[in-house]
Ligand binder design. Structure first.
Ligand SMILES: Nc1nc2c(ncn2[C@@H]2O[C@H](COP(=O)(O)OP(=O)(O)OP(=O)(O)O)[C@@H](O)[C@H]2O)c(=O)[nH]1
Length: 434
């Protein structure tokens, strides 16, 4: 099952924190309660321990008013709700406040300050009163070590334990409050930290998805205040930029290569003129335009005369150079609107746009004249060539491009047959050279 980062981060921080806080607060409460109990008991034992020697005189002398005054003074102490003095026969002498229990049965066993027990909201404590020969100034003495005969009575006090219970409740409440506050602060910190962390990661993940989907212009904001995350954001942007630049360079190379291939596919590498394939497309277009718009175009099929001699005498390089010069020469003698092609060997074709029969004838004658008067010099040897030209009208009404090309070829052949270096036009009515 897939899950997102934020809840994972939150549970990774909050759960251990909650567990730790619970354990710490429970330990703290356990120790705190114990300390409160101990402090309460020690305070009670302290009171009876102080009270016993103070009651010695009253018990020996049987001076009840003195014991009353003593009891009254002790009742002023916090949580003391009852006090009683008993003589050596465990008979009550003075009692102040109402005792919740009758401790006489157990008092005879009491040889030192003790907690007799807890009754409801009361804690009962007792201490023996000893007749000491010397003034009591050392309260830490072990009275139980004295002889039983020196015990002249007991003092009993009862403490109200409700303040102890309130203190315990206070402790519970404060500890739980502090724990809850600490957990809330932890949760807030964890939420904000997880938010800062997971937001950045989520945006990076989204950007990676966009990049994978082909959006190379994707950029993430470099705004994280966590150093490592900012490094990730910067790294992603640099990576996306590099990919985008590489892709652009690659695309430019592909475009350039495609353009070169397209040019090569439609051009003759020797003369730079459009080739046979380009010519066939252009002738198709011209035929269609003739049908649709009645355009008046003409086609010249030019085959050089005695070209082979140049090749055979001066070599192929000379023949190549001559083909280039003838191409240039023809281009100079036609109008900008006309289209010249080299369709193979020493064959050139010319589509004369928007050209009447008379004008076409004139152009063809000019070309023939120009080619035949061309002085081609190769390494000191001069060559002259000629041009046999077949001239036909491009009329698409009842002829296809292929028919027109064949007619032009045949017209050119007729020019050759007729003695070379001439322009041949088929009979006007048939537009063919038969
Ligand atoms: N240098 C060079 N020669 C080529 C090229 N393409 C074809 N040729 C040659 O051109 C010649 C064309 O042959 P022909 O048309 O019969 O030669 P020609 O001397 O013009 O003959 P006629 O047309 O009857 O006058 C052949 O020898 C081919 O080898 C090329 O690209 N460069």
């Amino acid at each position: 099952m897939k899950t997102s980062l934020k809840p994972l981060l939150l549970s990774a921080v909050i759960l251990p924190a909650a567990l730790l806080a619970t354990v710490i607060s429970m330990v703290f409460i356990a120790f705190g309660l114990r300390a409160l109990d101990t402090e309460f008991e020690e305070r009670g034992l302290g009171i009876v321990s102080f009270l016993a020697p103070a009651a010695e005189y009253g018990l020996i002398s049987g001076n009840r008013p003195a014991l009353d005054a003593l009891a009254f003074g002790v009742l002023e102490q916090r949580d003391v709700v009852a006090i009683a003095f008993f003589d050596a026969e465990v008979r009550p002498l003075v009692q102040s406040g109402r005792l919740s229990s009758t401790p006489q049965a157990t008092l005879s066993e009491v040889n030192s300050p003790v907690i007799l027990g807890k009754e409801g909201e009361r804690m009962v404590l007792a201490a023996p009163v000893m007749a000491l020969p010397l003034a009591i100034d050392d309260l830490m003495r072990d009275v139980a070590a004295l002889d039983d005969t020196s015990r002249i009575g007991w003092t009993v006090i009862e403490l109200d334990t409700r303040s102890l219970e309130r203190s315990k409740q206070d402790m519970w409440f404060r500890t739980l409050l502090v724990t809850a506050l600490a957990l809330m602060v932890t949760a807030w910190l964890a939420t904000s930290l997880a938010g800062r962390f997971s937001d950045v990661i989520a945006r990076l993940a989204g950007a990676v998805d966009a990049l994978r989907a082909g959006r190379l212009d994707i950029v993430v904001e470099e705004a994280s205040d966590i150093r490592e995350l900012r490094t990730l954001q910067q790294g992603f942007n640099q990576m996306a930029r590099s990919i985008s630049e590489s892709q652009a360079t690659l695309q430019a190379r592909v475009d350039e290569a495609t353009a070169q291939l397209a040019h090569l596919a439609l051009h003759d590498p020797l003369t730079g003129l459009p080739n046979r394939r380009a010519f066939e497309q252009a002738l198709d277009d011209a035929v269609i335009l003739s049908r649709r718009a009645g355009d008046r175009d003409a086609l010249c099929f030019i085959d050089l005369d005695r070209f082979k001699i140049v090749n055979d005498t001066a070599g192929h390089a000379a023949g190549d150079e001559l083909l280039r010069q003838v191409g240039e020469l023809i281009r100079k003698h036609v109008r900008a609107s006309d289209h010249l092609y080299r369709i193979g060997g020493d064959e050139f074709v010319l589509i004369l746009r928007g050209c009447g029969q008379e004008e076409a004838r004139k152009i063809a004658e000019n070309l023939r004249e120009a080619v035949s008067t061309l002085k081609f010099d190769w390494e000191g040897t001069a060559f002259t060539i000629g041009a046999s030209i077949g001239l036909v009208r491009i009329l698409g009404e009842d002829k296809s491009a292929a028919d027109i090309l064949v007619a032009a070829d045949l017209a050119c052949y007729a020019a050759k047959k007729g003695g070379r270096n001439q322009v041949h036009e088929p009979v006007a009515a048939a537009d063919s050279c038969d």
